[in-house]
Design a protein around this ligand. Structure first.
Ligand code: GLV
Length: 322
């Protein structure tokens, strides 16, 4: 490792990344800002760095790679999804890309369940109603929701997070269907899940939850035609990536009650929402907080730093993407 090696941290990050990097003898340029680094500022600050720890809101494309120059050896994403990074371009430049898998699986699965329960039982709507002062007391007909016991949970993408979401359904006695390129032995043995095609999952799910990565193929995987195949009583949950769902088509389906409701932690054009989405009562909106627990974010910080240090000391990174 060259003594002058410098690392850019594009966002304010929880400890211990900065300390670990400094302890390893690296110079650190840590952006003290919670907002995404504006593209021009990123191009300026990345010049001559050996490593970059970035977040999912900073695109790392050829312009960034060119601005960094030949000193750049590693891009450590502070996220498991790497759709903000042009991985083939990094590979072509000999730059390692790493991410933060596994450690955020439980936090993200928990948050998925928070959205499932919040939408099914209309938790946010109820909270608003009570706060508004308009609640007149208990009634037999108000705020009726969807019962989870015996309902069908449809998991699109049974990787780490999809599996963890499925395993958590045990407490609710749900039937579980999943779509995945391969059989998932854990889901099949532990919750009796059945692997089906997407069409059947769309038709039979009461709760449909998305856990696929954002790739070109998965762009608008849930489009107008597929939304139309869902039950009018179904709930759609997205804690993966916004562009997996055609947000305008979803908005129309929600507005016309063609599905019951949606729970969204991610949006097609974050942080902007499609016009009208925030006015709907049958959607719960969260600010992309799947991994946002104190413990998980600290583990992500450590993992990102460890990946950078490994590459700069000529060791294989623990969490390689390329
Ligand atoms: C968050 O969305 C992540 O990919 O880690």
């Amino acid at each position: 490792m060259t003594p002058e090696a410098q690392i850019l941290l594009t966002r304010r990050m929880p400890p211990p990344a900065e300390r670990l990097l400094r302890d390893a003898g690296l110079r650190v340029d840590a952006v003290e800002n919670d907002a995404p680094l504006p593209p021009a500022e990123l191009l300026r600050r990345v010049r001559g760095v050996s490593g970059l720890i970035c977040s999912l809101s900073e695109p790392v494309d050829t312009a960034v790679l060119e601005a960094a120059g030949p000193s750049l050896r590693v891009v450590a994403n502070f996220a498991v999804g790497v759709d903000n990074i042009d991985v083939p371009a990094c590979t072509a430049c000999g730059v390692r890309v790493t991410n933060t898998p596994d450690i955020l699986t439980d936090a993200t699965a928990d948050l998925t369940w928070a959205l499932i329960l919040a939408t099914a039982r209309r938790v946010v709507e109820g909270d608003r109603h009570v706060r508004s002062g308009e609640w007149k007391g208990w009634t037999p007909t108000e705020s009726l929701g969807v019962e989870l016991t015996g309902a069908t949970l449809g998991i699109v993408g049974a990787g780490r997070i999809g599996t963890a979401v499925g395993l958590r359904s045990r407490g609710f006695g749900m039937r579980v269907l999943y779509v995945h390129p391969r059989a998932n032995a854990t889901l099949e043995s532990d919750v009796g899940a059945e692997r089906v095609d997407l069409d059947r999952l769309l038709r039979e799910s009461d709760i449909l939850t998305l856990h696929v990565p954002m790739t070109q193929e998965n762009h608008h995987l849930i489009d107008r035609a597929r939304l139309a195949r869902m039950k009018p009583t179904a709930i759609l949950i997205n804690t993966a990536r916004g562009p997996i769902v055609d947000e305008v088509a979803l908005l129309e389906a929600l507005r016309e009650n063609r599905i019951d409701s949606a729970g969204l932690d991610v949006f097609e054009h974050e942080p902007r929402l499609s016009a009208g989405l925030s006015e709907l009562a049958n959607v719960v909106l969260l600010p992309h907080v799947g991994s946002a627990t104190t413990r998980t974010r600290a583990a992500m910080s450590r993992m990102a730093a460890e990946n950078v240090i490994a590459v700069l000391t000529d060791r294989p990174p623990p969490n390689p993407v390329n």
